[in-house]
Ligand binder design. Sequence first.
Ligand SMILES: [Cu+2]
Length: 369
Amino acid sequence: MKQIILSFLLYVIGSWAAGCGEPRVRKEWRALSPSEKSAYISAVNCLWTLPAKGSAVFPVETRHDDFAAMHVNATGPAAFNSQGDLIGLLGPGIHQVGVFLPWHRYLLWVYETALKEECGYQGAQPYWDWSLDVPENGGAQFNASPIFDPVTGFGGNGANGSVPVTIPPGTTFPTGLAGTPLGSCIDDGPFANKLLVLDPGPPPDGILTAGTGRCLKRNFQPGLVDGALAWNANVELVLNLTAYVNFTRGFDALTGSGIPSGPGIHGGGHIGVGGEMANVWSSINDPLFYLHHGNLDRIWALWQKKSPENIYAHGGPIYPNGTGVTTLDSLMYMSEFVAPSLPIRTVQDTLNRNGEGFLCYVYEEVYGL
Ligand SMILES: [Cu+2]
């Protein structure tokens, strides 16, 4: 009976039920019950036990590696200066370009679906609202965030603490964004003993390589996070950008439209956790990647809610240097053993209201914390 009443209500308030069944409800990590948290962690671990589907293409061993290899490969080549510092992504790639938000939205949906269909996970993809962990919101110190809890979270920093990151003169990228991750191996939580198969990015000559297995590192940068991940100081500024091209660039603080310089809310989460998460290519190896990108996707969804035109607003370059233009018909290039390559327009609406896509999820907006 409840189901009938709910269906009727959905019919009355809008027609989206026609294009979307029962939306997955994505919640902030802290809003999950202890058993929901452990169900999610178990499903993530499960992907690490299933055989890879892409081993004919990349040096991968598990399903976890399939997703990692896809992200490393899609990120593409990089440019370095004579000191070996990363000075830019060459692209086309999936970062600092028009396809950035749609590509990662699609990735999250496919990953969440794999957790459900291949590992029996009943819940939805959680997200991590890191702004709750900065002083602006009265949050705990970053290092004390419940997301890093060794029992009910993802484990903490490496045993030997953090190595401060700096931005070499003449570049806009902090050290540690390419090559061997900084920091030390994490030693608590559910991923302390994980061995990462793929070498960190960028892949030499664009060809992915694998070693004998290396540990997962973190390298917390709480000072950087306090500045970069504050909601009022930074997220609101990005949300207030009206043109999509400015909005999407605002995630990396690359816009001249009032966004302070720095790593931005995208880079802030990556570099703030540090270690593997700071590597532009292989950051996806840290399961926190999916919760960080969940929050970024939520911020895009919040922006889309601001006006009906925002749902299908799109724009941005094909190359990180600003050349080329992506459209709603541009493809999100995936790896065939993970998901088909589809046009950007298919992931614009998280509720698939006009039937052009397939997504069906919402972000829980009010969570009792
Ligand atoms: Cu990415």
